[in-house]
Ligand binder design. Structure first.
Ligand code: DGJ
Length: 706
């Protein structure tokens, strides 16, 4: 095959791939190139040089780097046949081009391996999806250690923004400069994890929300992963993202294949807002499949922080009525409803209604929920088993573990091995029966621990467990296609684009502290749109931090997501109930904009402030939230520059809500006291004059084109 250039492009992005005899190489990925150029001539006349004193020929940084070609990156494929065939050398055999996508078929007959590399560039979202597949074409087994997606990065993509966290502290961001060597994010927790969210931004140093060339990456996989980026000694850079496989985890028998999870990538010429816009559009158009496409996201009441395990149906009926009064649209019974579940030490796996708590079953509660015009949802943690449960007593061998070794408990529980068909069928059967017996339109699907020593048939089985979990969710959806599912894992420990293909909302965090939520929700916003980001108003005294916030700060913060309330509304004062009702009504009035508009973050000058907003596609209306996180260093706040507004429009700027007292203001800016018309270009470039707020408070501002 002679060398040719394959051009994938959208209205704003170009990707040029050189394909010859060897594995294909991306020679350009970035801002859209002009049409009608002689790319072939340009790139052959303009090829990189071969430097002195190293490999005598050019070494391409291909879409699956090979050690055999003398490339000293981390290889894209690693494995062997008991030590043989450890360094394959592929030849490109076939290229299948279709509008917006290309598939490369490659083979190493000596190693008995076939490799397929798929790339698809979405025309609307501009997201590039990549995925690799290896097939064992020989008779002997091939022990696969690694197959990963590789993409090159430009030489000036030197700054990395990565995500980290822990329980109640998800989606935190940090940055490093990478000029030499590698940086790796490795997750061995068996779920997407709170600690190592599989996403990263890499760009020109100092890239901001609105400036700098930047590339965004997200690996769609709910298990172990490795994201690795390297600044090579020759000056080239790349990123790799794939599943992290345990020793012996994938052994391909003759004819068997393994595919990587999909890597979702994108490019922005102007900062992170464009990256998020592309990711959000892709989630909306390609990932999430709501059973009813046009349905508004109902406001939730979740019982967890209101009553925990203390379930009394008569009292729950009071909660139901109080919920309806404040405008709740979906009532969800969280943990504690099933047989023997009085605390977190027992009963996971025994998915039967606790007849001591609910002597008449769930029906009276569901009837009341329905009478009040709400939907009903129920919590499950299907992949778990408590040592104190009938399920464990009857089937101790269904625990996911390594025989002969002690299995650690996390939150007093073990994991159910879903790779055992009987265990899978049992839990599917229990959930199916609950969903068939009762009018349940929503599942909160929880998963509260990591996988440790995940072994099945004497082999590492993280990969198998994650796939069995996907199969379980798929089976539930096949049987109950109208049921919506929330992915939760002790908060935001399991959210990624692969599970979002099967679910409809994620619980961002068990932390309902509005201050923490400002940061968590901002971190999550880089990848996920607001309509799927669970955000609840919690109790005044936050259960996980012990901080107290007024209702306005809690309410304004929870507006920016799929809103809910997580407390006991039956014991709220009339004043509190009126305030809940106010924020719920406000959310309902804004949700069409919040849930379909384009989200953006503002670049702020003072580190203790942040701003974000949502603007309608036609730029006729925007809602902006400005938050004072900590004590301001300055008496005067910096103006808030509001990106995304239309330069040619005039906006009526109106303060809708404030959670701060005016202790720091003698005289506010005039727009604060009276709605004012201002030019979009000026609001963008000069900014809206802010005033110093009390720490831990927020403003809500509406902008309407006149
Ligand atoms: C962890 C979840 O994140 C919480 O919201 C709640 O559902 C508890 N589990 C229940 O055990």
């Amino acid at each position: 095959m002679t060398q040719s250039l394959i051009h994938l492009s959208t209205a704003s992005v170009s990707l040029l791939i050189r394909a010859g005899k060897r594995l294909p190489e991306v020679v350009y990925w970035g801002k859209k190139l002009p049409e009608n150029q002689d790319y072939d001539r340009f790139f052959s006349a303009n090829h990189r040089s071969v430097p002195q004193a190293r490999i005598d020929t050019d070494t391409a940084l291909s879409l699956c780097p090979e050690h055999a070609r003398g490339l000293f990156t981390a290889p894209g494929l690693e494995g062997s046949r008991s030590g043989n065939c450890w360094s394959p050398e592929f030849t490109l055999e076939d290229v299948l081009e279709q509008p917006g996508s290309v598939s490369f078929s490659c083979r190493d007959p000596d190693a008995g391996l076939k490799l397929i590399i798929n790339l698809t560039l979405n025309q609307t979202s501009h997201i590039l999806e990549t995925q690799l597949q290896v097939t064992n074409e020989a008779a002997s087994p091939y022990q696969l250690q690694k197959l990963t997606n590789t993409l090159p990065l430009p030489a000036d993509a030197r700054e990395l923004m990565y995500f980290h966290g822990r329980w109640t502290h998800e989606f935190q961001t940090d940055r490093i400069l990478l000029d030499r060597g590698g940086y790796a994010i490795e997750n061995r927790r068996g779920r997407t994890s709170h600690e190592h969210f599989p996403g990263i931004m890499i760009g020109q140093p100092g890239f901001s929300e609105t400036s700098g060339e930047v590339y965004g990456f997200h690996l769609g996989w709910s298990g172990n992963h490795r994201l690795h980026t390297e600044a090579m000694s020759d000056g080239r850079r790349y990123i790799q993202a794939g599943e992290l496989l345990m020793p012996g985890e994938i052994i391909l028998e003759a004819g068997e294949s393994y595919s990587t999870p999909t890597l979702f990538s994108c490019y922005s010429e102007k900062g992170l807002n464009v990256i998020s816009k592309q990711f959000h559009r892709h989630v909306r158009n390609q990932i999430i499949q709501f059973p009813q496409a046009k349905k508004v996201r109902p406001v939730h009441l979740n019982t967890w922080e209101g009553i925990y395990f203390d379930h009394d149906p008569d009292y729950i009926l009071k909660m139901v009525r109080a919920s309806a009064e404040i405008g709740i649209e979906r009532f969800i019974i969280d943990d504690g409803w099933f047989s023997g579940r009085n605390d977190d030490t027992t009963a996971l796996g025994d998915w039967y209604i606790d007849s001591r708590k609910y002597p008449r079953g769930l029906q009276p509660v569901i009837d009341c929920v329905k009478e009040q015009g709400m939907e009903f949802g129920l919590w499950f943690e299907p992949e778990m088993i408590s040592p104190k449960s009938a399920l464990y007593r009857n089937h101790p061998q269904w625990m996911l573990h390594t025989e002969g070794y002690e299995q650690v408990k996390v939150r007093n529980q073990y994991v159910l091995n879903l790779q055992i068909p009987e265990a899978f069928d049992y839990v599917l059967g229990r959930m199916d029966e609950m969903l068939s017996t009762y009018d349940i339109s929503y599942i909160k699907w929880d998963m509260n621990r990591e996988l440790v020593q995940a072994t099945h048939n004497h082999k590492a089985a993280f990969h198998g467990q994650v796939n069995a979990y996907y199969r379980l969710v798929d089976a539930i959806r096949d049987k109950h296609p109208m049921v919506e599912i929330e992915t939760c894992s002790g908060g935001g420990g399991r959210v990624d684009y692969e599970i979002l293909k099967r679910t409809h909302r994620f619980w961002a965090s068990d932390c309902n502290d509005a201050l923490e939520r400002q940061l968590i929700q901002r971190g999550a916003s880089y990848f996920f749109p607001l309509e799927i980001t669970g955000a609840h108003i919690g109790a005044r005294l936050c259960h996980t931090t012990g901080r107290q916030h007024n209702l306005a700060f809690r309410g304004i913060t929870a507006l920016f997501g799929h809103m809910g309330v997580e407390l006991d509304p039956a014991c709220a004062s009339e004043e509190e109930k009126a305030a809940f009702a106010n924020y719920i009504a406000l959310h309902k009035s804004l949700r069409e904009l919040l849930h379909t508009g384009e989200y953006f973050r503002c670049d702020t000058v003072h580190k203790e402030t942040q701003g974000c907003g949502v603007i309608r596609q036609d730029k006729s209306e925007a809602i902006v939230m400005y938050c004072q996180l900590g004590m301001s260093e300055f008496a005067l706040a910096a103006p808030l520059k509001i990106p995304e507004l239309d330069d040619h429009k005039t906006y009526r700027v109106e303060l809708l809500e404030s959670s701060s007292s005016d202790i720091y203001i003698k005289q506010p800016s005039p727009w604060v006291e009276e709605a004012t018309e201002m030019g979009g270009a000026l609001l963008k470039q000069v900014g809206l004059m802010m005033h110093t707020l009390q720490p831990e408070s927020a403003l809500l501002i509406k902008m309407t084109a006149v």
